[in-house]
Design a protein around this ligand. Structure first.
Ligand SMILES: NC(=O)c1ccc[n+]([C@@H]2O[C@H](COP(=O)([O-])OP(=O)(O)OC[C@H]3O[C@@H](n4cnc5c(N)ncnc54)[C@H](OP(=O)(O)O)[C@@H]3O)[C@@H](O)[C@H]2O)c1
Length: 292
């Protein structure tokens, strides 16, 4: 496993990282990234809601205070990018931000306009990571992403999918194109990517972002009113969220997971998975068997 907890000192982004924060390296650059990031589908699509906005601000404040860096969004997520931009503008503790969004539109010109609009909405000069959302018009957008990367307008490029969709096509793209990141779904009850995509990404040196780490929240229904088994103490697990997240990020080929939440208390639980021990291979097997 490419853990990088001890090497934060060479990276200005992580200079102020809390002690003990678990990070992994992005293979194409060796830059460390904390293993838990934040997704923003639905949870940050709150428009101008005067009650919801301060909560989102606190969620992001907590995220950065606990060592968070990567925030994932998309023009597909309604007002989420605008709300992220609003929060970032007000926050003082955002030095570690690793901005990741997506292009999600047909056509080269439209793609460029959309990416410029995203920069404006987030209030960032350049994105750290630009991904092609659900592979939409990827043949058209990839040359733009490569060009923008060359020009220094984007640091990393990638593609996404979810719900197990279009994995065969994704495999072909990973093999043919030179990408820094890939994003897809993986969690304790959806483990198909263990067979081909995760080993392939490792072989090709591509960083892996995991979406839907809680299966859209449904994993919590399986454990309602269930106490954590005592053996979970062996990997410093304090709640079910950490059980699910530590299962994912302990996979040697996963770089980070991006759970989404609309609650500060949940952000605290989720970021807690960035600390303490991770389950080893034997313990991971026990976790799988527990879920039958
Ligand atoms: N194709 C793509 O590119 C693609 C597709 C899907 C997703 N994504 C990205 O991946 C992110 C994550 O996926 P997702 O949002 O679909 O699902 P998810 O992160 O698996 O689940 C989110 C749900 O889990 C709940 N939750 C979060 N933390 C919790 C905790 N500690 N305890 C109990 N419940 C908790 C949230 O409810 P509360 O709000 O109550 O906490 C929310 O309902 C997205 O937001 C998006 O950024 C990308």
């Amino acid at each position: 496993m490419m853990l990088a907890a001890g090497i934060a000192s060479f990276n200005p982004r992580l200079l102020a990282a809390p002690t003990g924060l678990i990070s992994k390296k992005i293979p194409s650059s060796n830059e460390p990234l904390p293993v838990i990031g934040m997704g923003s589908w639905q949870t940050f699509d709150v428009g101008n809601d005067e009650f919801a906005l301060p909560v989102r601000l606190n969620i992001l404040k907590t995220f950065f205070n606990m060592g968070g860096a990567i925030i994932d969004s998309s023009p597909m997520y309604g007002n989420s990018e605008k709300v992220i931009g609003y929060c970032l503008e007000s926050l003082k503790n955002k030095q570690a931000l690793f901005s990741a969004t997506k292009v999600w539109v047909h056509g080269q010109w439209m793609g460029k306009q959309q990416m410029k609009q995203s920069r404006y909405l987030w209030g960032v000069e350049n994105f750290d990571l630009m991904q092609i959302h659900n592979l939409l018009d990827w043949q058209v957008h990839l040359p733009t992403l490569k060009e923008w990367k060359k020009q220094g307008k984007i640091r990393y490029i990638g593609v996404t999918t979810s719900h197990g969709r279009r994995h065969t096509e994704l495999e072909r793209i990973l093999q043919k194109e030179s990408l820094d990141f890939v994003q897809f779904t993986y969690n304790i009850i959806d483990r198909e990517v263990e067979q081909r995509l995760l080993p392939l990404a490792a072989e090709l040196g591509i960083a892996v972002i995991i979406n839907r780490p809680f299966q859209g929240g449904r994993l919590f229904n399986y454990v309602k009113n269930k106490k954590l088994p005592s053996w979970t103490k062996e990997f410093d697990c304090e709640n079910w969220a950490q059980f699910f997240l530590k299962f994912i990020v302990s996979h040697p080929q996963v770089t980070c997971a991006i759970p989404a939440t609309s609650q500060v208390a949940h952000m605290q639980e989720n970021m807690g998975a960035c600390y303490g021990r991770l389950p080893d291979a034997k313990m991971r097997q026990q976790m799988i068997e527990y879920f039958g």
